[in-house]
Ligand binder design. Structure first.
Ligand code: G3P
Ligand code: MG
Length: 230
């Protein structure tokens, strides 16, 4: 079972910062998940479009210039990184799940991935682009059919994984609070991988492993890896 660091190793460093990305790499994760918003023609790595929860700023991302955002403290004196800075930091050493939140121009994401393949040690296989916004995922897939997409869901649909199959997704990425074996089996029968967020409890890891879930997003990837290795 693959272990992705959720927002980087966010139990040990401020979420979605380069410090959290570095900690995840040190902990030997298989992949790193980060959240991305568009800000003008830039892509910034932050979970919320409001600043107050994770930085010393106030208001929304759109209220500030890119230069002003760069001055904010995102915890432990870290900055809000750009997607490109995260890519440079990882440089192909593990998988990268780019979760797109507030992004209107998917071409910006695709351009970053293409550049990372040419300039850093990534291949296309290193990337998964996921979103709760399935319209964005459909657009990504239309632009690049070979790029893996993860269809996020915060609910258990009546037709289980049919929505992800319709998108030609690589994976269903579902919340641990409602995942059951029937949902996992349905996805697998449709040829989809099944990933679960956010998994920090050993008991959940054990259950998900027994259902042959393909991957988890964990705030403490090192601990999750150590538990699964037992
Ligand atoms: O991608 C998995 C997970 O990160 C989705 O939820 O709110 O933590 O971005 P959230
Ligand atoms: Mg996320």
């Amino acid at each position: 079972m693959l272990v992705f660091a959720h927002r980087g190793a966010s139990a040990d460093a401020p979420e979605n910062t380069l410090l959290a990305v570095k900690a995840a790499l040190t902990q030997g994760c298989d992949g790193i998940e980060i959240d991305v918003h568009q800000h003008g023609d830039k892509l910034v790595v932050i979970h919320d479009h409001w600043l107050h929860r994770t930085t010393n700023g106030t208001g929304q991302l759109k209220d500030h210039s890119f230069e002003a955002l760069q001055q904010l403290n995102a915890g432990s004196d870290e900055r809000i990184p750009t997607l490109w800075q995260v890519m440079e930091c990882i440089a192909g050493r593990c998988l990268l799940n780019i979760e797109i939140k507030g992004v209107s121009d998917v071409q910006l994401v695709l351009d970053n991935i293409e550049k990372a393949i040419h300039e850093l040690n990534f291949t296309l296989d290193h990337f998964i682009v996921s979103s709760f916004d399935h319209h964005l995922l459909r657009s990504i897939k239309a632009h690049n059919p070979d790029l893996k997409i993860g269809a996020l869901t915060a609910s258990k649909p009546i037709e289980y994984a049919a929505f992800a199959q319709a998108l030609n997704a690589y994976s269903v990425n579902a919340d641990v609070s409602f995942v059951d074996e029937a949902f996992v089996l349905d996805a697998k029968q449709r040829g989809l991988k099944f990933f679960v967020y956010t998994v920090d409890q050993p008991a959940d890891l054990a259950t998900l492993a027994s259902w042959q879930v393909d991957g988890v997003f964990s705030n403490g990837p090192g601990k999750a890896k150590a538990f699964l290795a037992k």
